[in-house]
Design a protein around this ligand. Structure first.
Ligand code: FAD
Ligand code: SF4
Length: 484
């Protein structure tokens, strides 16, 4: 059946159908539909089956992309799912939200040869969505139960990936999270139009059915002590993400109507999940009828502008101090936002927020920027040109990035070593922290990053935790039994 492959010269790349911008502006459903089976098989068959697959090198999980594409092209869908899920705990989630243009698809050989990338992300999503529909995704049945236990702090993608890997080996796993639901930013940060919530919920449910215990509303450092968890479990994983929002340091930044991006997004996601959210009901965090300016150029800013559109804002602008080519967010998401009516002000940096002299926001004054000399990292630094302009605004959303919370302080554990940005320091070979038996994974180690990297870290940390617990079990069984 290999002759079915290498169709990139005769078949064009096709994404699943994208809903019309007008229709998607008014709801939070995902914007891409599903592939029809024949289209999916054709898209998979475009793969050139490279001897050295660059796509695999571009994927942080080293996914075996050419193999699962070939199996999908041959309609061997259960095998495709088995291969795909061997290296990724959430393939259908990565297929939806990885910035593929910067990862696997960006260096796909077919893309580099000018034929347009193989649609790897859309195929990854298709294979595992199909596996759920067909009942191939079943609870984990470990080959044997082990008495040792692992505690995982944080039910985001890093913690969930580690929980699954450890449960596969038969460990008793408890996941603690300060939220009332699992998923971390998959549920409370990323909006439904990129990732519908039931996709995450079924993953949590499967872990529960596999014997993983979840303790929600458990805030380590507040409701639970880290030291108690260390006593209770043989190993611990810290996968708490980064949540301290960077602030806007301009005159007027404290006026009414200025909000943090994650407050805005979490409120919107909670509303979508059916929760009562007073800050939304009373209009504080509802963009309906407002003139919204979002400040920032990353994924979070893109999610804010598109959420504001869906809530019924009268205008939505995004200010970013560099140009389009140098923004950190995905180009695909910028295009989606533009289609939905967002206006981008590139090379614009906020100078001041102007109020009505009663503290109520009226406008954002922005400085026009240009790109100057490269900084030590090689990135061109934005410089002021001298010009300014005002944009009317009665709601400003700050999406300037996140830093880690002060975990040694929060956990009352000064021996937990962090770097100068507050991220946890680990031994990169094992992901073990300065506290023996305590490991760390995801954003809390890397700083704000990507879901796929959190999954990779969670898997690697689980492997190190397993090695450590195996060693502990060996040592315990070799110890002489104390005389009675
Ligand atoms: C708005 C937004 C959009 C994004 N879009 C994308 C995207 O499109 N694609 C992509 O790849 N990445 C995206 N990211 C980044 C991605 O979401 C993160 O890199 C990823 O979720 C990190 O996973 P994590 O497991 O390390 O942490 P998180 O997902 O942040 O999960 C950490 C969990 O730990 C819990 N926790 C924290 N402190 C404690 C405590 N003291 N006690 C108990 N529990 C605690 C939190 O409640 C949370 O559930 C986005 C991020 C944001 C903010
Ligand atoms: S996990 Fe992300 S980078 Fe890896 S193959 Fe899937 S979409 Fe590409």
């Amino acid at each position: 059946m290999a002759s079915r492959m290498l169709k990139f010269t005769s078949i064009n790349p096709t994404m699943p159908e994208k809903r019309a911008a007008e229709a998607r502006r008014s709801d939070f459903q995902e914007i891409y539909g599903d592939y029809a089976q024949t289209v999916a098989e054709d898209q998979a068959a475009r793969c050139s089956q490279c001897g050295v697959p660059f796509c695999q090198q571009g994927c942080p999980l080293s996914n075996d992309i050419p193999d699962w594409l070939k199996l999908a092209a041959e309609d061997r869908m259960e095998e495709a799912y088995q291969v795909s899920s061997a290296t990724n705990n959430m393939p259908e989630i990565c297929g939806r939200i990885c910035p593929q243009d910067r990862l696997c698809e960006g260096i796909c050989t077919v893309e580099q040869s000018g034929h347009g990338t193989v649609t790897i992300g859309a195929m990854e999503r298709y294979i595992t969505d199909n596996a759920w529909e067909q009942g191939y995704v079943t609870p984990i049945k470990p080959p044997r139960e082990r008495e040792q236990s692992a505690g995982i702090i944080g039910a985001g993608p890093g913690g969930l990936a580690a929980a699954e890997q450890l449960r596969r080996k038969g460990y008793q796993v408890t996941v603690y999270d300060r939220y009332d639901r699992g998923g971390g930013l998959l549920v409370y940060g990323i909006p439904g139009f990129k990732l519908e919530k039931h996709i995450v919920e079924r993953r949590i449910k499967r872990l529960e059915e596999s014997g993983v215990r979840f303790e929600f509303n458990a805030s380590i450092g507040e409701t639970h002590k880290l030291s108690d968890l260390r006593d209770e479990h043989d190993t611990l994983l810290i996968a708490t993400g980064v949540y301290k929002a960077r602030d806007l340091m301009v005159p007027g930044a404290g006026c009414e109507g200025v909000h943090k991006a994650l407050d805005f997004l979490t409120t919107s996601n909670r509303k979508g999940l059916g929760d009562d959210v007073p800050e939304f009901e009373n209009g504080t965090l509802d963009a309906k009828g407002r003139k919204v300016v979002v400040i920032g150029g990353g994924d979070t800013a893109m999610d804010c502008v598109r959420t504001a559109i869906r809530q019924g804002a009268t205008s939505v602008s995004c200010l970013y101090r560099r140009d389009r080519a140098n923004m950190p967010g995905s180009q695909r998401e910028v295009a989606n936002a533009e289609e939905e009516g967002v206006v981008f002000e590139w090379l614009a940096s906020p100078e001041a927020l102007i109020d009505d002299e009663g503290g109520k926001l009226q406008a954002v004054r922005a400085a026009r920027m240009k790109l100057g000399a490269p900084d030590p990292s090689g990135r061109q630094s934005p410089e002021k040109t001298g010009g300014t302009f005002d944009i009317e605004a009665d709601m400003v959303i700050k999406a300037l990035g996140f830093d880690p919370e002060d975990l040694p302080h929060l956990f009352n554990e000064p021996a937990l070593t962090v770097n100068r940005w507050g991220a946890i320091k680990v031994d990169f070979a094992t992901l073990e922290t300065s506290l023996p038996g305590v490991f760390a994974a995801g954003d809390i180690v890397r700083g704000a990053s990507l879901v796929v990297w959190a999954i990779k870290d969670g898997r690697d940390a689980a492997e190190s935790m397993h090695k450590r617990m195996k060693q502990m079990a060996r040592t315990a069984s070799a110890a002489p039994v104390a005389a009675e």
